[in-house]
Unconditional design. Structure first.
Length: 186
């Protein structure tokens, strides 16, 4: 059985690597080998369930996800995106951090998918705890994201610290500031 998770993104042509990353992520979510490799992992840090259960939950989750681009308030901060608990099916990605490979962006997308699946099954916990970055390499979101990046590219990937934006309400102010821009840019 392949995953029922699907990510959508309407490209405006400005961020071609994002469209490529979404396609890579969707292809991985249809690849049994991806789930087999997750299930074969010995264990995840900060998780109360096994990798095989996480893989099965990801396979069986029915999620229609979409990628949403936004501008964080500070282009100099190392913020990749934010999680919105009320709607975990949206992958909020910071435009300032898109100057990287499609495989790296795929890592971010899959990382967010793991969070969304965990939100569907709150009886389990397989996140990465707080927003601190140190020591998170073997948590489900980071490890599975890194696996995704390895599987879609020849890049020698090391642990990538995906910093979450912790100030989601401030994003509304930025969106309002850019309200006159074509929606396809966001």
């Amino acid at each position: 059985m392949v995953s029922l998770i699907h990510i959508s993104y309407v490209t405006a042509g400005r961020f071609n690597q994002v469209g490529d990353a979404v396609q890579m992520a969707n292809e991985l979510l249809q690849n049994e080998g991806f789930f087999d490799r997750i299930a074969a992992h010995p264990c995840f840090d900060l998780a109360n369930t096994s990798p095989s259960v996480v893989a099965e939950l990801m396979r069986s989750a029915q999620l229609k996800m979409k990628l949403d681009l936004y501008y964080s308030l500070s282009p100099s901060k190392n913020i990749d995106g934010y999680d919105y608990i009320d709607d975990p099916s949206v992958v909020h990605t910071n435009v300032w951090k898109l100057q990287r490979s499609a495989a790296s962006i795929c890592n971010t997308i899959i990382h967010s998918c793991v969070h969304a699946v965990n939100a569907l099954y709150p009886q389990y916990s397989f996140g990465h705890g707080d927003m601190l970055l140190a020591g998170k390499e073997n948590t489900a979101p980071y490890w599975i994201g890194a696996l995704a990046q390895k599987m879609v590219s020849a890049e020698d990937t090391l642990f990538i610290s995906l910093e979450h934006d912790t100030v989601e309400p401030r994003i509304k102010a930025v969106r309002e500031r850019f309200a006159g821009f074509p929606k396809a840019l966001f």
